[in-house]
Design a protein around this ligand. Sequence first.
Ligand SMILES: [Zn+2]
Length: 298
Amino acid sequence: MKKQLLVLMALLTATAAQAKINVVATLPDFGALARAVGDDKISLTVLAKPTEDPHFVDARPSFVVALREADVLIDGGAELEIGWLPPLLQNARNSKIELGQPGRVQASEGVRLMEVPATLTRAAGDVHAMGNPHFGVDPIIAKSIAAHIARAFSAVDPANAATYDANEKKFEAAINAKLQQWGATMLPFKGQHVAAYHDSWPYFAHRFGIEIDVFLEPKPGIPPSPSHLAEVIEQMKAMHIKAVIVEPYHDRKIAERVASATGAKVVEFAQYPGALPNTGTYIELIDTLVSRLAAALR
Ligand SMILES: [Zn+2]
């Protein structure tokens, strides 16, 4: 009897040692970084699809279940998910992922947001009211997010801390190895202006020395109007803009109309790994963005 009990206890201990921590990422870029750091030690749920507009994600009932069972939650912390995450968190009632807990990672921690308005206003539906929340496409910021993630995983799952630390260092080294190549590819286009449907790219532009500063949307989150598009077309002609960036959930026809009126090319871009072919990892995504934009500007 005693022997059976010992066997049972040994089995339970083994199961506990193998149990993966439950990680929820609101958006696929945070998910890709969580996978890079957590590898096979985590069970990962990513809420938004890579092709979904991060400002307007369709909340499914499964999201609440995932949040209720989460050991770690990674969210942006800069209002990108403000339209859909807060009610889900309320329903999930999971104290482990409350703000300030070791199980909560806010990716914006330590990030200096760009385009912070002098006065906070949500007037006219501007969805970037506290500053631009699309910082995940800057590879240097991605390294710091990966470091936050590694710290949280280690706090929640100390038994695997050495693995998380090693994986995070490996990711950092991989980004460092690529930065020079990405910079060299973009160097000939330094200072060039580019148009975009939505203002998702100031961090990417800043990192690679270009200006993505003409937008088809009159304000972030507000659909293009004919009068605004007419202005954009004039601006693009005057500035000799060669590329219009469009994301999967934008109206491609509008971008094509603007492109054909100005002689620019439509460039299909995405903020999220998995939204474009062969972009399963964060590094593959940035590789694809850099080469697509360079090809359009060449
Ligand atoms: Zn936005």
